[in-house]
Every structure is written in structure tokens, then in C-alpha cells.
Design a protein around this ligand. Structure first.
Ligand code: NAP
Length: 216
């Protein structure tokens, strides 16, 4: 069983990762800014206070863990964009402080940089709102940052273009840098199935040092 530190455990995606990891027998430390917001209790769940933007806080949370998962960002305020690349930098800086004992990082990424069937990228789609474009490019910048990191084991998992709470089917499709679409050209994943894929990657690492994407 893995020991997992999870940032964003009370978020839309992070809470599904938390549930999936606990259901599959892993030990999870939820690292949250406000423990009062964490209503979930479980014998293998520990709740601790921390901030993903503080490398010292990351190092403290990461010590003794097998993997640090980051599902941070979110909302429609400027804090969302401001969290994405800086959190990648502090996660890497934090685990790096642990040297040979550093756990791997698995970060929730964005779909914007994925290649579309017409050879463009999702963020080239006409008519995207400015705020969404900024989030997409912030995730793109974070991914470029990760791709320059060779001394820390990282994985970035881009959701499908649409990710929403839904059904846990336990099945999904993956690709590296190409948007995965269905027969109707739609790219979707439930947050529950995204969590299945993320925990599968924890249990059987197949994408260390690269980005992959998950869709139904
Ligand atoms: N299709 C796509 O590409 C796609 C779609 C959706 C989401 N995403 C990405 O997935 C990520 C998660 O999205 P979500 O919808 O699950 O967001 P969410 O529901 O708003 O949850 C965000 C989580 O991040 C935490 N957080 C924010 N700043 C933090 C900090 N400095 N330190 C520790 N925790 C912090 C929040 O904790 P608090 O409770 O303390 O605020 C919350 O638990 C985002 O990066 C988002 O851009 C991508």
C-alpha cells in the first residue's frame, strides 16, 4: 500500500482521488489550508495543515510519503491561475529537499495543451473565454516546467477537455499528448474515473517523467 500526501483533498477532483485511494487501501495524508473544511474521516486518513505554495510546507508533508499528489487550483478567481505554475515549482523544490528519499509527484494538469485531431491544440479552439485560456496556458507553463525537471520523479495527468463529477465506471482511455475524443468528437471523463486512473498510476507507475491524459 502506498503512503500518499494529497494537496487539494477537499476539491472536486482531489476529493475523488481521496475516496479512490482510501477505498483501495492506501494511507492518505490530506494537506489542507483549513482542516475545518475536511469533513471526511477514515482510519487511514490523516489531516494536516499545509500550503502547496510553500516549499517548506511541501517538504514537511512529503517526508516519509511514497507520492505527493497535487489537485490544487480551481474556482473562477485569480487565485486559480496564480496557483498552477507556482505550485509546480514549490512541489518540486519541496520534495527535492528530501534528496534520495524524495517521493514522486503526481499533479493534476490541464487539457489546453493537448493536440486536437486537426493538428492544433485545445487552447487554439475559437471562442474560448479569456479566463479559461489563462488557466490552460498556466497549466501549459507548469507542464513545460515539469518537463525541465530531471532530478525529481514527476507525472502530470491532463483530464479530458471536460471533467465533472459523475459515475465511477472503472474504465478509461489514455494518450500522451493527444486529446482523447469519443465517436462524437467529445472529450470527457468523470472525476471518479480520472481518480481511478490517477490511483492506477500510483500503484503501477507507467508515466514517470511525462504527461498523459485520461478520457472515457
Ligand atoms: N479539463 C481540464 O483540463 C480541467 C478541468 C477541471 C479542473 N482542472 C484542473 O484541476 C485542478 C483541480 O480542479 P478542481 O476543479 O478540483 O478545483 P477545486 O474543486 O476548486 O479544488 C481546488 C483545491 O485546491 C486547494 N488549494 C488551492 N490553493 C491551495 C494552496 N495554496 N495550498 C493547498 N491547497 C490549495 C483548495 O483548497 P481550499 O479548500 O483550501 O481552497 C481545493 O481543495 C485545477 O488545477 C484545475 O485547473 C482541469
Amino acid at each position: 500500500m502506498a503512503k500518499i500526501a494529497l494537496f487539494g483533498a477537499n476539491g472536486t477532483i482531489g476529493s475523488r482521488v481521496l475516496r479512490e485511494a482510501l477505498d483501495r487501501g492506501h494511507d492518505v495524508t490530506a494537506v489542507v489550508r483549513d482542516p475545518a473544511k475536511m469533513t471526511e474521516t477514515h482510519p487511514r486518513l490523516t489531516v494536516t495543515t499545509g500550503n502547496v505554495l510553500d516549499a517548506e510546507s511541501v517538504a514537511a508533508a512529503a517526508r516519509g510519503q511514497d507520492v505527493v499528489v497535487s489537485a490544487v487550483g480551481g474556482g473562477d478567481g485569480p487565485g486559480h491561475i496564480a496557483t498552477i505554475k507556482p505550485s509546480a515549482e514549490s512541489l518540486v523544490a519541496g520534495v527535492r529537499r528530501l534528496g534520495a528519499d524524495a517521493p514522486r509527484i503526481i499533479a493534476v494538469g490541464g487539457a489546453g495543451s493537448l493536440r486536437t485531431p486537426d493538428g492544433k491544440q485545445v487552447w487554439d479552439t475559437e471562442g474560448l473565454p479569456e479566463f479559461l485560456l489563462q488557466i490552460m496556458h498556466a497549466h501549459g507553463d507548469a507542464l513545460e516546467f515539469y518537463r525541465g525537471v530531471t532530478d525529481v520523479r514527476w507525472t502530470n495527468i491532463s483530464p479530458a477537455a471536460t471533467i465533472e463529477p459523475g459515475e465511477r465506471t472503472g474504465t478509461y482511455r489514455t494518450a500522451l499528448d493527444d486529446l482523447v475524443v469519443d465517436a462524437n468528437g467529445k472529450s470527457r471523463i468523470s472525476a471518479e474515473d480520472y481518480a481511478v486512473a490517477l490511483v492506477d498510476e500510483i500503484e503501477k507507475p507507467q508515466h514517470v517523467g511525462e504527461r498523459f491524459t485520461v478520457a472515457d
